[in-house]
Design a protein around this ligand. Structure first.
Ligand code: SAH
Ligand code: SF4
Ligand code: F3S
Length: 472
């Protein structure tokens, strides 16, 4: 059943958070500086921007270094075992730091904390955390922190409870000219390997007016690029009666005049003709689509519960390329899914050859507790999976190198983002297809679109020269 309105956090609950932020800012001996360590995807990166916004409202400043901060917050990810291990490894460092500086306030949040039983583990094994909260409780961070300061006891909240949308939270963006805009939360797809539906809850679309108002304000603020976020942006509005389709939402945003629009992630089963049309006829949508395929084998795709076949995926990709010949496609791939045979893997390799992606994120299947795939028979031994991923990476690297070499001599429009970390006097930014380009330039270019010509293809980046006005 569709809802008529998004499930919003009630105004009184938000007011309680504003009150808590005010109280903390006046709290004697409160922490003065903070440091956030973010793991995982763009949703987490954006959640950290919100947490940063809240901490700023509480009067804290970002610390100059993590070791000097008075409050440290870990925003965790649990998509694969190695994501979890990275965070857990760093917690040892937090334990040592807290032993040296007992007044340090330590907080942990994000997808790891939202897992069932995790709060018990935290209580037992990580008693040095002052505050722990799950993804559904993010907006309640101020009142949880206040309680920890008042009681000087560990405060944990990771209930499934509401999964409501909190509008109007403060946000401190990482970049003055690029911004994330969440259009929906959660995921209903239940791909058999994936933990996200369990830790981010059911699909909830934001009200279109809230999205458009936020985008308008960002444009007025001088933002040059907006990245629309959702685990499956193509199903935007499916839960909300009267909401526009994602394609219509994209058209509305395009006509607002956002200079460049990106979005992720798209699920291949939901790429409609309407969306392809909206992208092709837009003035501002980037020439890039991240379209995770996961596997090239029909048997594996079925076991993954992906809802498309190799054939239907290839047809959607062909339709995208027919409408937008220059579009860059990128993907995610999993090797070693339970039951994956050498033939199944060969199908993935051949799909990669056929698709010619600009690039691909490749992962070895990691069993996640509670998911169907973790209980499937035919788990692939680690050495087999490692050997397969190496072959896959080699194939993709060869294709990427060919595509990058083919871009030499072309004209691209780059949003200049920062001074190059490697070379003096160089600026780095991304072209419309999402590739990093480096070129000679000065800091005055940062935050602006610079027309360039590609001169050389590197391993993961392109070298370019800015075009003179008459050439541009
Ligand atoms: N919502 C997005 C991406 C979610 S997670 C989508 O549907 O595509 C990002 C990527 O992590 C996935 O595309 C998948 O390739 C990978 N991934 C997710 N769970 C995994 C697991 N258990 N083991 C290995 N890779 C996984
Ligand atoms: Fe996970 Fe699948 Fe949802 Fe992506 S679409 S978040 S892979 S369940
Ligand atoms: Fe990780 Fe949670 Fe994102 S599990 S990939 S941070 S949604």
């Amino acid at each position: 059943m569709k809802r008529t309105e998004p499930p919003l956090v009630p105004e009184e609950a938000l007011q309680a958070q504003r009150d808590a932020m005010r109280e903390i800012s006046a709290w004697p001996n409160r922490p003065q500086t903070y440091w956030i360590v973010t793991y995982g995807c763009q949703m987490n990166a954006h959640d950290s921007e919100t947490l940063s916004g809240m901490l700023s409202e509480m009067g804290l400043r970002q610390a100059a270094s993590r070791d000097g901060a008075d409050l440290i917050l870990f925003n965790t990810c649990c998509i694969r075992d190695n994501a979890e291990r990275k965070a857990l490894g760093n917690m040892t460092w937090l334990r040592q730091l807290k032993a040296r500086r007992p007044e340090l306030v330590l907080c942990v949040c994000g997808c790891m904390v939202q897992q069932p039983k995790m709060s018990q583990v935290l209580l037992r094994q990580y008693p040095f955390f002052d505050v722990a909260f799950g993804t559904h409780n993010l907006y309640r961070f101020p009142s949880l922190l206040l309680r920890a300061l008042q009681t000087r006891r560990q405060v944990i909240e990771a209930g499934e409870s509401d999964g409501c949308i909190a509008e109007g939270l403060p946000v401190r963006r990482e970049s003055p000219f690029r911004a994330y805009v969440t259009i929906m939360y959660g995921c209903d797809n239940f791909c058999s390997y994936c933990i996200v539906p369990y830790v981010r809850g059911r699909e909830r679309s934001r009200h279109p007016d809230a999205i458009l108002r936020e985008a308008e304000a960002l444009v007025a603020d001088g933002v040059q690029e907006i990245m629309l976020l959702g685990q499956n942006v193509n199903s935007y509005g499916n839960d909300l009666s009267g909401a526009p389709s994602f394609a219509r939402l994209l058209r509305s945003l395009d006509s607002l005049g956002v200079p460049r629009i990106r979005f992720m992630t798209s699920h291949p089963k939901d790429i409609s003709d309407e969306l392809i049309d909206a992208m092709a006829s837009s003035a501002h949508v980037a020439a890039h689509l991240h379209l995770p395929v996961q596997s090239g084998s029909d048997a594996v795709l079925r076991a993954m519960n992906r809802g498309y076949t190799r054939e239907t995926y290839l047809r959607r990709a062909a339709a995208l390329r027919a409408a937008m010949p220059d579009i860059a496609l990128t993907t995610d791939l999993i090797v070693g899914f339970p039951g994956e045979t050498e033939e199944d893997f060969a199908d993935t390799l051949s799909l990669v050859e056929q698709m010619r992606y600009d690039s691909a994120y490749t992962f070895i299947f990691s069993p996640r507790e509670g998911t169907r795939a973790s209980r499937m028979s035919g788990q692939v031994p680690a050495p087999v999976a490692t050997e397969r991923i190496e072959r896959l990476i080699a194939a993709q690297e060869r294709i990427s190198a060919q595509i990058y070499a083919g871009l030499v001599g072309t004209r691209q429009c780059v949003l200049a983002e920062e001074r190059s970390r490697r070379r003096e006097g160089q600026i780095a930014g991304k072209c419309s297809r999402g590739l990093t380009c480096n070129f000679d330039g000065d800091a005055a270019m940062i935050g602006r679109f610079v027309p360039v010509r590609i001169t050389e293809a590197g391993h993961n980046t392109l070298r370019a020269v800015p075009l003179a006005k008459e050439e541009a």
